[in-house]
Write a protein that binds this ligand. Structure first.
Ligand SMILES: [Zn+2]
Ligand SMILES: [Zn+2]
Length: 339
């Protein structure tokens, strides 16, 4: 049955069209084997070709911007936002033609000195270093007075929007709340007023666990499920059991568990859909408010298996051709997890 589904928190509506491509492998795209890029600026030995590092995990005695590192964080050479003090005041033209300088920090976390493999296939201790670096950068950026939200994300594969193959994550800050966070925070507040509970994210998690059909795992510190109104085939939300507004607040134990579970989840996706491109995203509201304290941080995985067509763009309804229940069952089986 084709159906409209509404997200319980954001209220955003999607259309689920099962059967159009019921079998995951119909989505298969070209398998990503690391292309040969002799000039890759992220590879060990090419440190001089990137901006100076702002944080690093390296062997003792190693000098800055030289070989011998495990994970390196650098400012993005082609930033989306400019790290210059905000210049001119916002300019509002006639009839709401508003513009203002896009100020913020844009960092790249280089996840490995080697060009391959991608994150899901890195050794466990290396993933742990990467996740701790990401947590620490979220924390560091969140403490800056000129940061309103932080978006931590990874682009992997040709359909992900990324331009470099070398495994890396990125962080971009903006001075206020990003539109996605605004939507989530407002939605969470509406949900809370309807339900009378404290944390909308926690209540949705409980409802998902109670239903079970879309749950991938629910153990230890995290729950993972295919959201009821997933806009992307095989979309997954990973939510920590402990309430905290920011990934920057994650404990070492939580980061360790995520460093185990995230690569396993990505490998499950890649086993089902060889060569799948994907993005994963962790949003962090920094602007102090009650709504901010009620945010419950989470990681969203968006596989990029189909391109939006004219109807998606024209109507505003994402069309998802894999029912979230089917996606969850396939991923659960692949993970070897029991419901
Ligand atoms: Zn490289
Ligand atoms: Zn919560």
């Amino acid at each position: 049955m084709t159906e409209f589904r509404r997200d319980p928190i954001t209220g955003r509506c999607v259309i689920v069209v099962p059967g159009r491509s019921a079998r995951p492998n119909e989505h298969a795209v070209i398998a990503p084997s690391a292309p040969i890029e002799p000039d890759c600026p992220f590879c060990e030995g090419n440190e001089a070709r990137t901006p100076s590092e702002v944080a690093v995990l390296a062997s003792p005695g190693r000098r800055p911007n030289e070989r011998g590192w495990y994970v390196r964080t650098i400012p993005n050479r082609f930033p989306t936002v400019a790290a210059e003090p905000p210049g001119p005041e916002p300019h509002e033209g006639p009839l709401g033609f508003e513009s203002r300088p896009a100020f913020g920090y844009h960092e790249v976390v280089i996840e490995s000195p080697s060009h391959a493999p991608l994150l899901p296939f890195l050794p466990r201790e290396q993933v742990l270093r990467v996740m701790r670096m990401c947590r620490d950068r979220v924390r560091y950026l969140s403490e800056r007075a000129d940061v309103g939200s932080v978006t931590l994300f990874e682009n992997a594969g040709p359909e992900s929007g990324g331009s470099l193959w070398h495994p890396h994550a990125q962080l971009v800050t903006v001075p206020g709340l990003s539109p996605s966070l605004e939507e989530e925070l407002e939605g969470a507040e509406r949900y809370r007023q309807r339900s009378g509970g404290d944390c909308a994210f926690e209540e949705v998690r409980r409802a998902e666990v109670g239903d079970g059909a879309r749950v991938l795992f629910d153990s230890g510190g995290f729950t993972a499920y295919a959201p009821f109104a997933s806009g992307y085939p095989f979309e997954v939300r990973v939510l920590p059991s402990r309430h905290a507004p920011s990934f920057g607040n994650a404990t070492d134990a939580e980061v360790d568990e995520l460093a185990e579970r995230l690569p396993a989840l990505l490998r499950a996706l890649l086993a089902l859909v060889p060569g799948a491109s994907y993005n994963f995203v962790v949003r962090t509201p920094v602007v102090a408010s009650e709504a901010r304290d009620r945010y419950h941080w989470h990681l969203d995985l968006y596989p990029r298996l189909v391109r939006p067509d004219g109807f998606d763009i024209g109507s505003g309804y994402p069309v998802n051709t894999v029912t979230p229940e089917v996606a969850a069952e396939a991923l659960r089986t692949e993970l070897g997890a029991k419901r």
